[in-house]
Design a protein around this ligand. Sequence first.
Ligand SMILES: [Zn+2]
Length: 166
Amino acid sequence: MQKYFHTWYVFCPRCKTSLEYDDHSTRCSSCGFVAYLNASPGVGAIIEKDHAILLVKRKFDPHKNTWDIPGGFLNSDESFESALHRELFEELGVEINIVRYLGSEADEYNGRPIINTIFLCTIVSGTPVPTDDIAEIQWFDRENMPYNDIAFAYVKKIVQSYINTS
Ligand SMILES: [Zn+2]
C-alpha cells in the first residue's frame, strides 16, 4: 500500500511541517498528526433475474463507457448496507433487498486504493432506469457477459466467481 501514499501528502495538513512515512501511516513529527491511509470502502450489487445480471454503463471516467456493477463509495457515516440501498436508489431508482454477502476485492480507483464489498441483491420496488452517473443499463445473460468490456478487474473477477458458483 505504501506506493500510493508517499507522493500524496507532502506537508502536514495541520501545521505544514514536512511529513514522515512508514508502511501504514503518514506522520508529522512536529504536531503529532497521523493519517492512517486505509483503502476507501465501496459497495456493489450483483442483481440477477431470469438468468441475467444487471450491469450499468459508466457515464464518467475512470473507465467511462465500460460496464460495471451498480454501487459506489460509502459516506463517512454509512454502513455497507445503507450505502448500497442509497446508491442503488440514486443510480437506478430502485429499492433493493440484500440477499447475501458475496465477498470483497481490493483494487484501485483513480490511483487510490479501494476495498469493494459485493452483495447479491434483488429489486423489491421500481424498474431500473439509468440516472446519476450511469449512462445505460442492460441485463446480460449469464452465458453472454461482456467480460472484455468490464470496468474493473475486481468486478470481472467477482461476476465470474458468482456465475461459476451459483
Ligand atoms: Zn503537523
